[in-house]
Design a binder for this molecule. Sequence first.
Ligand SMILES: Cc1cc2nc3c(=O)[nH]c(=O)nc-3n(C[C@H](O)[C@H](O)[C@H](O)COP(=O)(O)OP(=O)(O)OC[C@H]3O[C@@H](n4cnc5c(N)ncnc54)[C@H](O)[C@@H]3O)c2cc1C
Length: 425
Amino acid sequence: MLGQGCNSCKRYYLNASLLAFPIMGVNITSLTFEDHELTAEPAPKEINPAHSVAIIGVGPKGLYCLERLLAEFKARPLGYPLHIHLFNRSANFGASPIYDPGQPEYIIVNLSVGEIDLWTEENPPGVGGRGPNFLTWYQETFQPHKPLTGHEYLSRAVVGRYLIEGFHRILNHLPPNVTLSRHVGEVVDIQPQARGYQLEFVDENGHCEEIAADKVLLSTGHSRIVAGAEEKRYQVFASRHSKAAFIPFVYPVGATMGQIPAGARVAMRGIGLTFIDAALELTEGRGGRFHRAPDGLLLYEAGGREPQSIIPFSRTGLPMAPKAFDLPLVDRPLTFFTHSALAGLRKQASHGKLDLENDVWPLFELETELQYYLVVMGNSGERKQLESCGNNEEAMRRVIDSYLHALAADWPVAASKQPHTSGTK
Ligand SMILES: Cc1cc2nc3c(=O)[nH]c(=O)nc-3n(C[C@H](O)[C@H](O)[C@H](O)COP(=O)(O)OP(=O)(O)OC[C@H]3O[C@@H](n4cnc5c(N)ncnc54)[C@H](O)[C@@H]3O)c2cc1C
């Protein structure tokens, strides 16, 4: 739908990728509105309480936001009616294409199932009470002979079912005074109005509708790919060579990989999660089977319809580092990305508003870098040095540089531990 016109309203669609960053109106962390806190007291007239809220994009994040928003409304009932509009491109509210329950079983999550739980936030309590974590839900739903241990990696489709059921659980317990409607289709434009926003929505059948909302929350997930110079070069190359083809985006894997004939040679740029999905589609999806030999080696038994070869390539030539299997999920105190640092920035900012890219992101990057090396350095002396740097960025940089320098002799391990050069940034 990118860049196309909407026939009935004769407007031009907003590039959906532009919608991905700004979060207007609702601050997700504290669930306060930009101009007043949610309160049990009737709102003073001049504050203009929100009577309608729109959530655009209801994948997992939109679902979490809805869940918390309703929990707040239940804990602090509103003195007036509120309507929530939910917009999602597909009818699978909660799941998104990433957890589409219709996708093949061999497309798996990169998180062990014991870590999946929709109901971790309990303050205030959720509207329908605490729902089951993924493991409990799975045991109850499928009653497998051998219960899961929690260390398994299951299909994204089954996680999608869990998310969709969670969405329905919430829907069945709306707090008093709150109503909700679901809109399946795409929001293609948002215009600020004197009060709130006007949304332009195109439903599944292409019908255009304008819907007003006092507040808008954007949880649109990954933006669509816009071809850059490199992609355009590949495209041109493919158009000049009759035997070559270029597939700019691998999802949905069934449809895109289906264009690749058996026996083809396939080069894939990037050796991360998308590569794994595409490679699984071209192997297990073509009737092949991976199995473990008695000596522990993973063997592949071809199905016969696979490509002749799959050639992955990336900036470092290394696969993306996997998530640590045994990294404990603990609270890690923050050093750079703190409330006081943000408050300091806010004081300096014009009108007290922070800019995501210039103000917030640099702090976030610093914090991520520090936390990354605190884990990578394990219990070494370097880690102690790093801890002693506090929020002194230069000192932190010196410790990290000297750590990487010492590792450099051991390349490519060193390269794989430096996220800014490994291509997994
Ligand atoms: C291929 C892939 C595989 C992944 N696998 C994993 C994994 O295994 N484990 C993991 O933890 N994370 C994984 N991720 C990360 C993943 O992005 C998150 O887990 C999660 O899907 C993010 O949720 P979200 O709600 O922010 O975005 P999304 O899941 O992308 O959901 C956004 C929703 O908004 C809708 N939407 C967008 N724009 C509009 C619009 N204008 N109007 C109406 N609706 C709109 C979309 O249709 C979609 O339903 C994966 C990501 C990708 C791309």
